[in-house]
Design a protein around this ligand. Structure first.
Ligand code: C5P
Length: 211
């Protein structure tokens, strides 16, 4: 029970940005990695909060904080993480939201439509760069199609993370994954494995980083 008495917060799943009452922008994240991490943390004795985007599964013994948009995920994660020892950002946070949300359904027209998108805040960066009440270990993911280790190292420094889990693309919605663990002490590329096995490997490393 290596995490007995520890509080772990995990962001998981996609986010969803409304355009009008019936249309939205989202992504293909299934939340399977977040759920596997939550189960692994529970098995190690932690109390677990999952800030879960639409459709992201949450294990029964974890506390679910359901959210829809990236801004909601940002606010709830910052508030809930004040008491956390470990924060793991496994959510696929949408990079943009619509500048204006229409309260009425936008009418179809044959002329096309230009819509402005604005950037969403970086949630894990805001948690990791907090001066007071920063969790002891903050972990991010880096999903890349190429140069995965160099992007992971760049994220480790720019977002002030303690650990980056680098992921090859084409793992969204799959039960298997290929990860590398990148921290200040170096990097380790692991063989392809189930998301459950990857979650156990990630927590084995996190336990070594906890004071
Ligand atoms: O910068 P990039 O989106 O590639 O970083 C991915 C990591 O940052 C993931 O851990 C993801 O959960 C987190 N992230 C976040 N808030 C964002 C964008 C990404 O927490 N707005």
């Amino acid at each position: 029970m290596g995490l007995a008495g520890r509080r772990v917060l995990i962001t998981s799943g996609p986010t969803r940005e409304p355009l009008d009452p019936v249309r939205y922008l989202t992504n293909a994240s299934s939340g399977k990695m977040g759920a596997a991490l939550a189960s692994a943390a529970l098995a190690r004795g932690a109390s677990v909060v999952v800030v879960a985007g639409p459709g992201a599964p949450v294990p029964r013994r974890a506390r679910a904080v359901p959210v829809t948009t990236a801004l909601e995920m940002y606010r709830r994660t910052l508030a809930e993480s004040r008491r956390a020892d470990v924060v793991i950002a496994a959510a696929a946070v949408g990079d943009w939201r619509f500048a204006k949300i229409s309260s009425r359904k936008i009418k179809r027209s044959s002329r096309g439509l230009s819509i402005r998108l604005v950037a969403n805040p970086d949630i894990v960066k805001a948690v990791a760069r907090r001066r007071r009440g920063r969790p002891a270990v903050v972990v991010g993911f880096a999903l890349e199609s190429h140069d995965w280790l160099s992007y992971a190292r760049e994220k480790l420094v720019r977002k002030r993370l303690d650990l980056v889990v680098a992921n090859k693309t084409a793992v969204l919605d799959s039960d298997r994954t290929r990860i590398a663990l990148v921290s200040a002490s170096g990097e380790k590329v692991l063989p392809a494995m189930t998301k459950a096995a990857a979650a156990r490997a990630i927590f084995a490393r996190i336990e070594g980083l906890l004071p």
